[in-house]
Design a protein around this ligand. Structure first.
Ligand code: FAD
Length: 637
């Protein structure tokens, strides 16, 4: 299969303008004749729904939660990047583009990333116009702070609640369209299947989560903005309902799944503290602007942190990476924290934690300033750990946070299946093998506010559609298949709960496909997940009924998909015989223990095609060409 990313020709900086001019247009009066389905109401989905409805399309929007504004995006903390250069530090579209490409270890498309950097500035203007209360400096300009992998301050923020404020902005725009009748909103609805008819997407099958009814909705195009799949690891910082089912079903219907093994492990999370935990909490990367990461120099040193003098502390990131210090990218910071703990220098009861210390920042700037910047994060930390981070250093450890992998999309954000568009964390597109902090919100909003409104029009304008009704045989078959799967899950009546099996999957993936990987471990994980799959379909216990609110059933369906996705992740990790960004294969490292890429053989997107249950998927490669940046060994020293 030839994977054509449809990257426009011409100079990098002109590609998007040129492409927008070349895209066919739908006449304003004709837009009302098209139906578009958007699944998901996080930043990507809410912004897309609002923008498409504003253009005049008829939009149907679906989400799992009771309100669109409960999407996982509401939890985002630290900020959103843009290259406004308000700080006069020398930022530019080019620098944001370069930092992002390098941050992703040169495994993303130049053209997409450049467009993202260009659009970053529009996003800030759009959100300010909506009333998003970004922090401001003393002169009234929007304030900025730094995030990992950048040497300029380009992150716009609203305390530690940036996602919340951005989502309220997008939700406001969406609500306006719901009120005007251009968006019909379906909360508490879970997409169970994708309708692909004559090789073209024509709708979805959903389950009403309140009464269990399964029904089809038809459209001219479907936009999936269903978020990331970090919960495949059971413990992650993602919202509990974040899942992979929509994109996995699309994969089973022919959409390619790109770079599934690229998972971001965030360095600053509250460490795991017990066996009965089902969720992890992020402490935003923004804290590394002021917090200093350290461990005791001597592994035997068990004194409380405040009693350990400066001379006995190892500020290992500052000494190893003097240029970027505590603000090295996430993959680098996470691996180093693990390394310190593996050397026995970890702190806390489990030994799987390092300190993040604000003492110097408080002495320098005063408690008030620190509280203004991070007050809600400090409060959250204290509520969870019962320790006051103004007085004693935080304890942090890496945890699963974000997935760079997702459905393959071209420059138009369309998958290889006609009419299926994928936005936000659900696609694979812009972050390569490691996402820089504050770039996910930027991408989700760029996709929803500024890319899809153009590219979906280009698709609709050049496509002619057969008429279709819910009585079509393929639609009926899809509904009956969704009913069968639901009944099958309920009929097993085994002995093990969904959560138990999910936790087991998480342990396997964390152990063998987490912060570092090796061939032997991955092979072992493959066998263990295959066994787990058998155990699930033979021995899972899902109580209750289908025609009812049944959260065990919802979770059961999602975990069944997570198990199959786990196998795909392992397959991808096995095939990529190099280290890059988050994918650290122990066999491929530089002399000083950094990820060693192999650009000759692996400078590509790995896009997997489903070939049937329990069959090995087929690998397709999209070669990545770099005309504007030089491939180099990533260095933050
Ligand atoms: C704790 C935390 C803090 C973060 N902080 C930052 C930050 O400061 N800056 C930054 O750039 N990034 C941050 N991120 C990452 C960022 O929040 C996410 O990548 C981003 O919000 C994802 O947005 P999205 O719109 O793609 O998906 P989501 O916000 O995850 O929304 C997914 C939507 O899809 C719906 N959905 C899913 N499956 C189905 C289905 N089968 N049927 C129907 N609906 C479905 C859900 O109901 C939901 O509405 C953070 C992430 C976490 C976990």
């Amino acid at each position: 299969m030839h994977l054509d990313a449809h990257i426009p020709s011409g100079p990098l900086a002109d590609k998007w303008d040129k492409h927008r001019f070349e895209l066919k247009l739908v006449n304003p009066a004709n837009k009302r004749h098209y139906e578009i389905i958007v699944v998901g109401t996080g930043l990507a989905g809410a912004s897309a729904s609002a923008s498409l409805a504003e253009l005049g399309y008829n939009v149907k929007t679906f989400c799992i939660q009771d309100s669109p504004r409960r999407a996982h995006s509401i939890a985002a903390q630290g900020g959103i990047n843009a290259s406004k250069n308000y700080t006069n530090e020398g930022d530019s579209i080019w620098r944001l583009f370069y930092d992002t490409i390098k941050g992703g270890d040169f495994r993303a498309r130049e053209a997409n990333v450049y467009r993202l950097a260009q659009l970053s500035n529009n996003i800030i203007d759009q959100c300010v116009a909506q009333g998003v209360p970004f922090a401001r400096d003393y002169g009234g300009l929007l304030a900025n702070r730094s995030f990992g992998g950048a040497q300029v301050s380009r992150t716009f923020y609203a305390r530690g609640q940036t996602g919340q404020q951005l989502l309220l902005g997008a939700y406001g725009a969406l609500s306006r369209q719901i009120a005007s009748g251009k968006v019909k909103m379906y909360p508490r609805s879970e997409m169970l299947d994708l309708l692909v008819i004559h090789n073209r997407v024509r709708g979805i099958v959903i389950r009403n989560l309140i009464n269990g009814d399964i029904e089809a909705h038809l459209a001219n195009a479907v936009v999936l903005a269903t978020g990331g799949y970090g919960n495949v690891f059971f413990l992650s910082t993602n919202a509990m309902s974040s899942n992979a089912s929509a994109i996995f079903r699309a994969y089973q219907k022919g959409a390619l799944f790109a770079n599934p093994c690229f998972t971001q492990i965030h360095p600053t999370c509250i460490p795991v503290h017990g066996d009965y935990q089902s969720k992890l909490t992020l402490m935003s990367e923004s804290l590394r602007n002021d917090g200093r990461v350290w461990v005791p120099k001597n592994p035997e040193d068990k004194r409380p942190p405040n009693e350990i003098p400066e001379s006995d502390r190892d500020y290992y990131l500052e000494s190893k990476y003097p240029s970027f210090g505590n603000l090295v990218p996430r993959d680098v910071a996470s691996r180093n924290a693990k390394e310190q703990c593996d050397m026995g220098k970890g702190v806390g009861e489990t030994g799987f934690a390092v300190y993040l210390d604000f003492k110097d920042a408080i002495n320098r700037d005063g408690k008030d300033i620190i509280e203004k910047k991070y007050g809600n994060l400090f409060q959250m930390y204290e509520k969870i750990t019962a320790q006051n981070p103004y007085e004693t250093p935080m304890m942090i450890y890496p945890a699963v946070h974000y997935t760079m992998g997702g459905l393959w999309v071209d420059y138009n954000l369309m998958s290889n299946v006609d009419g299926l568009f994928v936005l936000g964390e659900a696609n694979f597109s812009d972050h390569g093998a490691n996402r820089l902090g504050a770039s996910a919100l930027m991408q989700g909003l760029a996709d929803g506010y500024f890319v899809i409104p153009y590219t979906i029009g280009g698709y609709l304008a050049q496509t002619s559609f057969d008429s279709l009704s819910v009585d079509h045989v393929d639609v009926k078959e899809a509904i009956s298949a969704a009913n069968d799967r639901t009944r099958k899950l309920l009929s097993i009546k085994g002995k093990r709960t969904v959560d138990e099996l999910h936790k087991e999957l998480g342990h396997i993936l964390w152990e063998y496909c987490g912060m570092s990987r090796n061939e032997k471990g991955l092979q072992k994980a493959k066998k263990e997940i295959q066994n787990l799959r058998e155990e699930f379909w033979g021995n899972v216990l899902i109580p209750g009924m289908d025609k009812d609110l049944n959260q065990s059933l919802e979770r059961g369906g999602r975990v069944a998909d997570f198990i199959d996705l786990g196998l795909l992740m392992i397959e991808d990790a096995l095939a990529r015989k190099e280290s890059c960004g988050c994918h650290f294969n122990e066999a491929y490292q530089t002399d000083d223990g950094e990820a060693q890429r192999n650009d000759t053989d692996f400078c590509h997107v790995a896009a997997w095609k489903y070939t049937g249950d329990e069959k090995t998927p087929k690998l397709h490669k999209e070669p990545l060409g770099f005309e504007n940046v030089e491939l180099s060994q990533r260095s933050y020293k």
